[in-house]
Design a protein around this ligand. Structure first.
Ligand code: ZN
Length: 351
């Protein structure tokens, strides 16, 4: 993919710990190449995207704001992620704006913002305070546009993950694909005919609330036995509360890799349930590939193998061997997708 030389940007508000990111509340870390200047002189306009993740883990809030800048192709040129305390949308956006000011190359006006939020987004609004406190009831696109003084688009962060994987990750070349984000919650982004599928109200892809056991535990959505109650990183950490007290998901994965039987068991059980739920999704949609992202991407084959087993057990033969792979973009998928969202929604007519 050629670099057309027009900078853009993205912002990510997240609560998920990621390996490699400094985990200091006041820490900031810059990843990615330095700003690339365009030899053709077209790099005079910037784009920004915001992607957020805000559920609260039992061990406490673990939230980040991340901002990236990219070009018209959606390529990320620079990004920065900062840990923060959950303090409402205005605070999150102010932090995002300050990060943008640091990484903005100053080569032109910001033209578009892509925003991702870790919750179902209906007409730009997060409805549930339980899922993403501090943003409920707010017109997120309007609030973002006001802070950044540029048009803004909002997507669920699993949708952004799907967009990123389709444009430059594991779903490249597949007209239909499913991206499943497993973190403190479980959600999916669906690509159909090379575009995101939103459903009527924008809430398609809530795979985390497929029922896999009618008598199962109560879910935060009010139903019982949802996939999320068996597969979220939250659930796994809770199950391991006595064996690996206080462990992060990453530490559980490491323990499993070193042979810890309890850690291996809970990841395997989660994979089997996930495969079961994916069988339903694949029977319906017949995607070319399923990509696991979020914390799940860290587990690799420890999670992928039982997921494939669960799928084979419950899916039609025609879809039972659909590739299930880990995200190459990992924890950056939402942020990368936010930049693509911003780039693709930008009005290309320039003054
Ligand atoms: Zn549920």
């Amino acid at each position: 993919m050629s670099h057309r030389g027009v900078p853009s940007g993205g912002v990510d508000l997240r609560n998920v710990r990621r390996p490699g990111w400094r985990d200091n509340r006041r820490g900031a870390e810059i990843h990615g190449p330095e700003w690339a200047h365009c030899p053709d002189g077209r790099g005079r306009h910037a784009r920004a995207g915001i992607d957020g993740d805000g559920a609260v883990r039992e061990q406490g809030a673990d939230r980040h704001v991340a901002v990236a800048a990219g070009d018209l192709t959606g390529r990320v040129l620079a990004e920065e992620r900062v840990a923060c305390e959950p303090d409402g949308y205005a605070s999150d956006l102010a932090l995002a704006s300050s990060i943008w000011e640091r990484i903005n190359p100053g080569v032109g006006p910001l033209r578009h913002v892509g925003l991702g939020l870790p919750a179902p987004v209906v007409n730009n609004v997060v409805r549930s305070a339980a899922i993403f406190p501090g943003w409920e009831g707010v017109d997120a696109a309007e609030a973002t546009a006001e802070v950044f003084d540029a048009p803004a688009q909002v997507e669920n962060d699993a949708n952004l993950g799907a967009l990123a994987e389709h444009r430059e990750g594991q779903a490249r070349g597949h007209s239909a694909a499913v991206f499943v984000k497993i973190a403190s919650g479980v959600g999916a982004g669906i690509i159909i005919n090379n575009e995101l599928f939103h459903g009527v109200d924008g809430t398609a892809g809530e795979i985390g609330h497929l029922t896999v056991d009618e008598q199962g535990p109560m879910c935060r959505c009010g139903s019982r036995g949802c996939l999320e109650t068996y597969t979220s990183s939250e659930h796994l950490l809770r199950l391991l509360g006595s064996q690996l007290p206080g462990a992060t998901f990453r530490e559980v994965v490491v323990a499993a890799g070193e042979g810890n039987l309890a850690a291996r068991r809970v990841i395997e059980d989660a994979g089997l349930r996930l495969g079961w739920a994916l069988a339903t999704v694949l029977n319906l949609l017949n995607p070319g590939v399923v990509i696991l992202g979020g914390a799940a991407a860290q587990a690799g084959d420890l999670l992928l193998e039982p997921t494939r087993s669960g799928l084979r057990r419950h899916a039609l033969d025609s879809v039972a061997e659909t590739p299930i792979v880990a995200s190459e973009l990992g924890g950056r998928a939402g942020l990368v997708g936010a930049v693509h969202l911003a780039a693709e929604r930008t009005d290309l007519v320039t003054s």
